[in-house]
Design a binder for this molecule. Structure first.
Ligand code: URA
Length: 335
């Protein structure tokens, strides 16, 4: 058996409210395929996919972060059995100008349902639904972030920073982590949980074997309250519809609420100490209330509380995985 590795992408564009995929027709065949090809020596899958997209379509790749999936099949070529693995990314086309390679004789942009009818390979049909789902989530989060970024301009007395700190992570995670509001470092870097609280959180996630790269991380208020003050009730009320929309787009199985502000905004619970250490079901999502890492920074003896709650989450996830052996989670950062 010979092993071969390829990489490619679902290239899409947005037309009004519909999503269209780019399919290519190879010379000598009447069926459609995706831009894809061999991973050459010295290349990784991302580099190969970028190159193949350029060579086969003339487009520059702009991958959706965190998404990666793969297919695997076995076939015979000149009497040799070949085991082939293909890694796929999703790329949002920045231009409509497609220039196909001389290995191809045509192309089409088509809706995802039509693509299911046109695509030649069965393995691709199997990943079409998760791809469609991921693109939908990505577009919805982009729209939400664009609106949320404008919020400071729509409010007469805005007392937070005007730098929007978007949520970060895969858009189809098991876990969504919600903090209070960005701090000064987050405000500068425009990334959630990258300051001292974030470093502590990273260490505890590592110690409890939860991979931050598989978690969607955000905060109730996504603008820095200067001097690290607590966001006011009015500020939380203004931002709440946005975090609720994020939750309904991301649809995680678990939400970890870090601290009282998050617990109050999402579950209307005022006490962390009375509600921590257990699973609270709401709208089909399992919630865990725990301490904010800043409470551990202030009182280091609190560390075991936050760590125990994260360990409980890790155990629950393990149990879920055993019960749902058919759930395929195949995401990771594009790197
Ligand atoms: N604390 C939060 O609640 N959110 C961040 O992004 C950083 C610190």
């Amino acid at each position: 058996m010979k092993f071969e590795y390829s990489a490619g992408a679902f290239v899409y564009r947005k037309r009004a409210s519909s999503i269209e995929l780019l399919l290519l027709k190879r010379k000598g065949s009447d069926a459609y395929d995706l831009p894809k090809g061999h991973i050459e020596k010295g290349e990784n899958a991302v580099q190969a996919a970028v190159r193949e997209i350029k060579e086969e379509t003339g487009l520059d790749a702009t991958f959706l972060p965190y998404f990666q999936t793969s297919t695997h099949y076995i076939f015979t070529r000149k009497k040799v059995r070949i085991s082939k693995s293909v890694k796929f990314f999703i790329s949002r086309a920045q231009s409509n100008k497609v220039t196909i390679s001389n290995e191809h004789k045509g192309y089409t942009w088509c809706g995802i349902d039509k693509a299911a009818a046109l695509l030649k390979y069965k393995d691709l049909l199997g990943i079409l639904t998760p791809v469609k789902d991921y693109i939908g989530r990505y577009e919805a989060i982009q729209k939400l972030n664009n609106e949320y970024t404008q919020l400071p301009r729509a409010v007469e007395t805005w007392e937070l920073s005007k730098n929007f700190v978007p949520g970060e992570g895969p858009l189809n995670p098991d876990i969504m982590l919600i903090g209070q509001a960005p701090g000064a470092n987050e405000d500068i870097q425009r990334r959630p949980f990258v300051g001292r609280s974030g470093q502590l959180l990273d260490r505890l996630l590592k110690e409890t074997k939860i991979n931050r790269k598989n978690v969607y991380i955000t905060s109730v208020v996504q603008f820095f309250p200067f001097k690290n003050r607590e966001p006011s009730k009015d500020e939380v009320t203004l931002c709440k519809p946005f975090i609720e929309r994020q939750i309904s787009i991301i649809k995680p199985r678990y939400i970890v609420l870090l601290g009282r502000i998050a617990a109050r905004a999402i579950l209307e619970e005022d006490s962390v100490s009375e509600n921590r250490g257990r699973i609270i079901e709401k709208n089909g999502i399992r919630h865990i209330i725990t301490l904010h890492p800043s409470a551990v920074l202030r009182f280091p003896k609190n560390e075991s509380i936050l760590k125990n709650d994260l360990s409980m989450l890790a155990e629950e996830l393990k149990k879920d995985k055993k019960e749902n052996v058919n759930i395929i989670k195949d995401h990771g950062p594009v790197a």
